[in-house]
Design a protein around this ligand. Structure first.
Ligand code: BGP
Length: 485
């Protein structure tokens, strides 16, 4: 059996869900200059170059130091309206309550609280918005689970301070965290610091210009310090607070039992995943990364108490996303890559989603066990789901049996991890419980929700909310505590 207080719910993020980008005194965030990928092929940010010309660059491109972000009136930026939770929060939370949610994972938009990032005092109107959201949740007995930073940062800090490369950003982030911890004390108990910390890399998430390996590790060091200080502060402000990390759980398999493939998988999973959870759960840099930094001649500039800060700021739990698994190979002729030049192979045992993501429910059980064995800290599945195209029928119904099948298979494996393996699991919040903008592509047609939102890739549509078949199915799952699947 799952725990009595197991948290069933759903997950969203401000830049993909909230909208109202220029309302209530909110400042611009890096996510607000990110175009829709289905229009420009790749999601790109708009900048003014040294000749005052607008140029478009992908977040992971090399962005010259003097390029400044700009909003191009001729372009569509999905975060500006998203699916307008800003004006639909009452309706949306009522739908979540109807499904039986016990928790709702969402993120606070940093620039709603500190519009530039470096102000001394917060924006009261922004704080009030989240008061209303949390009160609305609590009215139905829904616990907010709040991500402090989900794939964005104040644009001003990115362009004027070089984002997380600057130590100052740690101070500003902590000011923001302290503000929301104090303001929402008694309303919010579950927090997470940085969404998918192991995927932060591009301009949107780190705000760093002229990125290279040296700068990457320095910026990540600042993020680790910021997260650890936030955990410490959060505990001081309210000892009830549970503050977790958030890991993109990229599960990798070696292609064969050739020890070279197995060794490659070990190194890949350390470099792309466990480095981040090791620092945040154990409180120090693992030896394999220290050696790697030495080999690559990367020197991280640390302040006097940084090692202590990391030790004192270990997280209470591990939130993670799980969508798929991948296969790594040492075969030279393999075509696709995982980044860092790591070669990937197809998994002949798995089917793929429409977006070519392999579907691997057993991988979820494996992941839960690996993380539990490694850290012995409570786990929380804070993202999981199937991105798929949905068809609205003439009567407004949406028959998403493919989504139900995906979730059912994953919940079955999740339960085995708890019931047969004894993993300590806090809850399950499927991604995009109400349809929202895709992070990767900026599209609307890649839908994850149990609630359909009438909007297309260019932002046209009535924004009306419709219950999909999965809505009724998930309602049953929650009310039966995962027994009726
Ligand atoms: C995770 C992010 C989410 C999200 C999800 C699905 O990486 O934390 O923000 O959107 O993946 O990805 P996508 O939207 O690209 O389908």
């Amino acid at each position: 059996m799952l725990k009595k207080d197991f948290l069933w719910g759903g997950a969203t993020a401000a830049n993909q869900f909230e909208g109202g980008y220029n309302e209530g005194g909110r400042g611009l965030a890096t996510s607000d200059t990110k175009t829709n990928g289905s229009l420009t092929r790749k999601r790109k940010h708009s900048f003014l170059d040294e000749n005052n010309q607008i140029v478009y660059l992908h977040g992971s491109d090399y962005i010259p130091q003097n390029y400044k972000s700009i909003i191009d009136e001729n372009m569509y930026y999905p975060s500006h309206k998203a699916v307008d939770f800003y004006h639909h929060y009452q309706e949306d939370i009522a739908l979540m309550a109807e499904m039986g949610f016990q928790c709702f994972r969402m993120s606070i938009s940093w620039t709603r609280i500190f519009p530039r990032g470096d102000e001394e005092t917060p924006n009261e109107e922004g704080l009030k918005f989240y008061d209303k959201v949390f009160d609305e949740c609590l009215k139905y007995g829904i616990q907010p689970v709040v991500t402090l930073n989900h794939f964005d940062m104040p644009l001003y800090l990115a362009d004027e301070k070089n984002g997380w490369l600057s130590r100052e950003t740690v101070t500003y982030f902590l000011r923001y965290c302290e503000t929301v911890f104090k303001r929402y004390k008694g309303k919010v108990k579950y927090w997470m610091t940085f969404n998918e910390i192991n995927l932060l890399r591009g301009y949107d998430t780190l705000g760093v210009h002229e990125m290279n390996q040296q700068r990457y590790y320095q910026a990540m060091h600042h993020i680790f310090i910021a997260s650890a200080l936030a955990v410490k502060k959060g505990h001081e402000i309210d000892s009830e607070n549970q503050i977790g990390m958030m890991l993109a759980n990229i599960l990798t398999y070696p292609e064969t039992c050739n020890p070279k493939d197995v060794e490659l998988e070990l190194n890949v999973s350390r470099r792309l995943k466990y480095f981040f959870s090791d620092v945040q759960c154990r409180g120090y840099y693992p030896s394999y990364i220290l050696k790697l930094l030495e080999r690559e001649k990367i020197v991280i500039k640390k302040e006097a108490h940084d090692d202590e800060i990391l030790k004192e700021g270990c997280v209470d739990y591990i939130g993670f996303s799980y969508y798929n698994s991948g296969v790594v190979t040492t075969r030279e002729d393999a075509k696709s890559t995982l980044g860092n030049g790591v070669k990937m192979a197809e998994n002949p045992y798995l089917q793929e989603s429409e977006w070519k993501w392999p579907i691997d429910p057993i991988g979820l059980r494996i992941s839960l066990n690996i993380l539990w064995d490694r850290y012995q800290k409570p786990l929380f599945i804070v993202e999981n789901g199937l991105g798929a195209k949905d068809q609205e029928e003439a009567d407004g119904s949406i028959h998403d049996d493919y989504r139900v099948a995906y979730m059912r298979d994953h919940i079955i494996e999740m339960k085995k991890a708890v019931e047969e393996d004894g993993v300590d699991l806090m809850g399950y919040t499927p991604w995009g419980c109400i349809d929202l903008v895709s992070a990767g592509t900026g599209e609307m047609k890649k839908r994850y929700g149990m609630v359909y939102v009438d909007m297309d890739d260019e932002g046209n549509g009535s924004l009306k909310r419709l219950k999909k078949d999965s809505f009724y199915w998930y309602q049953k799952v929650i009310s039966s505590q995962g027994e009726d699947l």
